[in-house]
Design a protein around this ligand. Structure first.
Ligand code: URA
Length: 237
C-alpha cells in the first residue's frame, strides 16, 4: 500500500497535509525517514509522524445526525447526499450509508466502508430494531398499539410486530420496527389513518443518537457502540 494512503487511513489527516508532512521529512517507516508519498509499504509497518506512531485501519464507522434535505446515497443527480457531510479528512475511506432514511427524515444514520457491517445491520433476518420519533397529523389511539403489535401486511412485504408508544401528546409517538423497508413507518401510520409530518430516527439496535450532534454533524462510533450492535470484528480499529 502507498505510504500516503496508509497515513490517511490512520485518522483525520487530509491527503494534502499528509503529502506535506512526508515532504518535510516528518514521517518514518520502521524508524527510517521516508520522503516518498508513493512508497509501497506493508500493512504491518510501524509508521510515525514526528513522535506519534500511527495505527492503520481499514474500516471506519460514523454516527451522523442526518438533516432533512439529504439523500441517503453516495451520489444523486438532484439533491445533496449524506456522504458529503463527512469531512475531507475522511474522504479517502469512501463511506456509504448503512441503510436508508427518506430525504425528509432526520436522525441517526450510520456511515461506513464495511460491507459486512452494513449487511449485518440491514438484513431483515438479523432483527436489528430501529426506533423512531414521529409527529402525526392526528392523535394515535390506544387501539392502534395492537395494530402495530400484530404486524402489517403490505403488497411488497410483511412488517413484523412493531412497538408503538404514545407520549403525553398523542400526536407524538415512538415506533420501533424490526426491518427498514421503504417508507415503512409512514406506511404503517397511514394504515391506521395517520400521516407522519415529522420523522426522526433516534436509535438503532440499542445505540442512541448522540444528543450532542446537531443535524449535519457526525462522529466516529465508539467500540462500545459497535459492541452493543453485536458487531465483533478484528477489523474494528
Ligand atoms: N420509515 C419511513 O417511513 N421513512 C424513513 O425514513 C425511515 C423509516
Amino acid at each position: 500500500m502507498r505510504l500516503d494512503k496508509y497515513i490517511c487511513s490512520c485518522g483525520s489527516i487530509s491527503r494534502r497535509d499528509v503529502k506535506k508532512l512526508i515532504k518535510q521529512g516528518l514521517v518514518t517507516v520502521n524508524g527510517t525517514v521516508c520522503k516518498k508519498a508513493d512508497e509501497q509499504i506493508a500493512e504491518d509497518s510501524v509508521v510515525a509522524v514526528g513522535r506519534e506512531s500511527l495505527v492503520y485501519r481499514k474500516y471506519v464507522y460514523f454516527m451522523l445526525n442526518k438533516p432533512s434535505g439529504y439523500v441517503s446515497a453516495v451520489y444523486d443527480k438532484k439533491y445533496p447526499v449524506v456522504t458529503e457531510l463527512v469531512g475531507e479528512a475522511y474522504a479517502h475511506f469512501e463511506v456509504f450509508p448503512v441503510g436508508r432514511l427518506d430525504i425528509d427524515t432526520e436522525g441517526l444514520l450510520m456511515l461506513t466502508n464495511d460491507g459486512v457491517f452494513t449487511h449485518e445491520m440491514t438484513s431483515p433476518r438479523k432483527n436489528v430494531y430501529k426506533r423512531y420519533f414521529a409527529v402525526l397529523d392526528k392523535p394515535m389511539e390506544e387501539h392502534d398499539i395492537a395494530e402495530f403489535a400484530k404486524g402489517m401486511e403490505f403488497k411488497d412485504f410483511i412488517a413484523k410486530s412493531a412497538k408503538l408508544e404514545i407520549t403525553d401528546n398523542p400526536r407524538e409517538v415512538y415506533i420501533e420496527i424490526a426491518e427498514g423497508k421503504f417508507h415503512q413507518v409512514k406506511r404503517m401510520c397511514e394504515r391506521v389513518g395517520k400521516t407522519v409530518i415529522y420523522l426522526k430516527r433516534v436509535a438503532v439496535g440499542g445505540v442512541f443518537l448522540d444528543a450532542g450532534l446537531s443535524p449535519g454533524e457526525f462522529r466516529e462510533m465508539t467500540e462500545d457502540e459497535l459492541c452493543i450492535l453485536g458487531y465483533k470484528s478484528e477489523n474494528i480499529r
